[in-house]
Design a protein around this ligand. Structure first.
Ligand SMILES: Cc1cc2nc3c(=O)[nH]c(=O)nc-3n(C[C@H](O)[C@H](O)[C@H](O)COP(=O)(O)OP(=O)(O)OC[C@H]3O[C@@H](n4cnc5c(N)ncnc54)[C@H](O)[C@@H]3O)c2cc1C
Length: 416
C-alpha cells in the first residue's frame, strides 16, 4: 500500500518527532509522522517530566572520569555499563573520552541552555494556549546534597549554568528543609533553581500531537520502518509494516533505535541507550511539593497529582530493555535516605526507558551529509523533553530554509 506523498515524513512519534511535526505545521509544511507503536510510548512515556534548563551539563564533563570509574565498581550506584563489548560501545566510549575537555563542555553548555530556555518559554505558551492540561507547573527545581561534596557539585553546576543566564540560589540544610518539608534526612544543603518547570510527559506528547493534527499533520501508528528505497544521495521512500511512505524530505527521530535504523541506510549515528527507571509510587507523608534531585544518588523526585515519581540510574546498553532489580531497589533505597518513604513502598507502576545518548552529550539535529533530504533529530539523552520544542523549531527552520532560531553548528549531524 502506498500513502499520499508528504512534504516531510518524520520517523518516530516520541516527543522529538511530534515536536518536529508541530513546528513544521506552524511553518506551513505538510508533515506525516509514523511510529511503530503509538506516539509517546517510547522513552517519552514515563520520564521525570522536567523542563529544567539548569540541567545542561553534558555527560562527558571534565572530572567525571574518576567519579564514573568509582560508580562502575558499585552495583547500587547510579551508573552502569553493560559488559557486552561491541564496536558501537568501543567507538562511543572513545568519542566520550575525547569530548571530556572544557572547550567542548562550554560549547555544549551554551548550546543546551539556549535550546532549553527557548523550549521552557514555549511550554509556558503552550500550557496557556492549548486548552489541554498536561500538568505544566513552574515551581523550580531543588538540588539536594547529603554530603558537602554533593553540595559542591551542585554549586559548580549553578556557577556553570549561571554564566548562561540561569539563576540559582545556594541554600543551607535549614533553608532546604524549609523550602521542601518532605526532606527529612540528614542533609548538608542544596541549590534552588527557581525558574524550572515540570509536566506530565505522555500527556504533553498527546496534547502536542492533537494540536499538530488540527494543523494538518497526519499521524500513523503501528507503521514500523524496516527498509528504505534510496537513489543517489536521496531517499525516495521508507518501507514499513503498513506500506511504503513517500516524501520530499525525511526526519529520523527514533531515539534509541536510531543507530540500528541508520545502519539500514549504511550511515553511523552514535547513539547508545542510557537505561533509566521510573517508579510511580503512592504518595508518602509529607509528600514532596517541588521537583527534587538527590545529588549523590542521581534520583529525580517529581510530585504528581495523586502520586510521586521516583526516577534514576543510567545503564549504557544497546537496545536492552531488561529490568535489573538491583537498580530499581537502589532508587527506592536512595529515596529513603532523605524522605519519609515507607519500607513497604506501594509501587503503582514501574517503567524503564532508553535515553538516546550521544558521546558528547549534545543531540544530533541537522542534515546528514550522506543523503541530501535526510535530517537527523536524535540523541537527546536526558534532555529530550526539555529541548523538544527547540529541536522542532530548528528542524522546521532548516526545512523551510529560514534563519535558524539557534546556531545549528553545535548540533551538526556530522561532528563525530
Ligand atoms: C528515567 C528517565 C528519566 C528522564 N527524565 C527526563 C526529564 O525529566 N526531562 C527530559 O527532558 N528528559 C528526560 N528523560 C529523557 C527523555 O525521556 C528522552 O530524551 C526523550 O524521551 C527522547 O525522545 P525521542 O522522541 O527522541 O525518543 P522516543 O520517545 O523513544 O521516541 C522514539 C520513537 O521512535 C519509534 N520507533 C523506533 N523504531 C521505529 C521504527 N523502526 N519504525 C517506526 N518508529 C520507530 C518508537 O516507537 C518511539 O515512539 C528521561 C529518560 C529516562 C529514561
Amino acid at each position: 500500500m502506498a500513502h499520499t506523498k508528504a512534504d516531510v515524513l518524520i520517523i518516530g512519534g516520541g516527543v522529538i518527532g511530534i515536536s518536529c511535526a508541530y513546528y513544521l505545521s506552524l511553518q506551513g509544511v505538510k508533515a506525516t509522522v509514523i511510529d511503530k507503536s503509538e506516539p509517546g510510548l517510547g522513552c517519552s512515556y514515563g520520564n521525570a517530566g522536567w523542563i529544567t534548563p539548569c540541567f545542561a551539563l553534558p555527560l562527558p564533563l571534565p572530572g567525571m572520569l574518576i567519579k564514573s570509574l568509582k560508580w562502575l565498581a558499585d552495583p547500587m550506584s547510579p551508573l552502569h555499563i553493560q559488559p557486552k563489548p561491541s564496536l558501537l560501545l568501543f567507538r562511543w566510549m572513545f568519542r566520550f573520552l575525547r569530548s571530556m575537555n572544557w572547550k567542548t563542555a562550554h560549547r555544549s553548555i551554551q548550546a543546551l541552555t539556549e535550546i532549553s530556555k527557548f523550549s521552557l518559554s514555549e511550554y509556558s505558551r503552550m500550557s496557556q494556549e492549548f486548552g489541554t492540561d498536561f500538568g505544566f507547573s513552574q515551581k523550580g527545581l531543588l538540588l539536594v546534597g547529603l554530603t558537602s561534596e554533593g553540595v559542591q557539585a551542585a554549586a559548580q553546576e549553578q556557577e556553570l549554568v549561571g554564566n548562561y543566564g540561569i539563576p540559582g540560589t545556594r541554600l543551607d540544610e535549614a533553608q532546604v528543609k524549609e523550602l521542601e518539608p518532605a526532606l527529612t534526612g540528614p542533609l548538608t544543603g542544596g541549590v534552588y533553581f527557581p525558574n524550572e518547570a515540570h509536566c506530565e510527559p505522555l500527556a504533553f506528547v498527546r496534547s502536542l500531537a492533537q494540536k499538530a493534527k488540527e494543523n494538518g499533520v497526519e499521524i500513523v501508528s503501528g507503521a514500523e520502518v524496516f527498509d528504505f528505497e534510496v537513489g543517489s544521495r536521496k531517499i525516495h521512500s521508507v518501507r514499513t509494516t503498513r506500506g511504503s511512505f513517500y516524501a520530499d524530505q525525511f526526519v529520523l527521530a527514533t531515539g534509541s533505535w536510531s543507530n540500528a535504523i541508520a545502519r539500514t541506510l549504511k550511515i553511523r549515528v552514535p547513539v547508545l541507550g542510557g537505561k533509566g527507571y521510573a517508579l510511580i509510587v503512592k504518595p508518602f507523608d509529607p509528600k514532596p511539593q517541588i521537583p527534587l534531585m538527590l545529588i549523590e544518588k542521581k534520583i529525580a523526585v517529581t510530585p504528581r497529582k495523586d502520586s510521586v515519581r521516583l526516577a534514576g540510574t543510567l545503564e549504557l546498553v544497546n537496545l536492552d530493555f531488561s529490568i535489573n532489580p538491583k537498580r530499581v531497589d537502589s532508587i527506592i533505597a536512595g529515596s529513603q535516605l532523605c524522605m519519609n518513604v515507607p519500607k513497604e513502598l506501594e509501587v503503582l507502576e514501574l517503567w524503564r526507558g532508553l535515553r538516546p545518548c550521544t558521546p558528547d552529550g549534545v543531540p544530533v539535529i541537522g542534515y546528514s551529509s550522506h543523503f541530501s533530504n535526510l535530517i537527523l533529530a536524535t540523541g537527546h539523552q536526558m534532555l529530550g523533553l526539555q529541548s523538544a520544542p527547540g529541536t522542532g523549531k530548528l528542524v522546521a527552520d532548516l526545512v523551510t530554509r529560514v534563519q535558524p532560531q539557534f546556531d545549528p553548528a553545535p548540533f551538526c549531524a556530522e561532528r563525530f
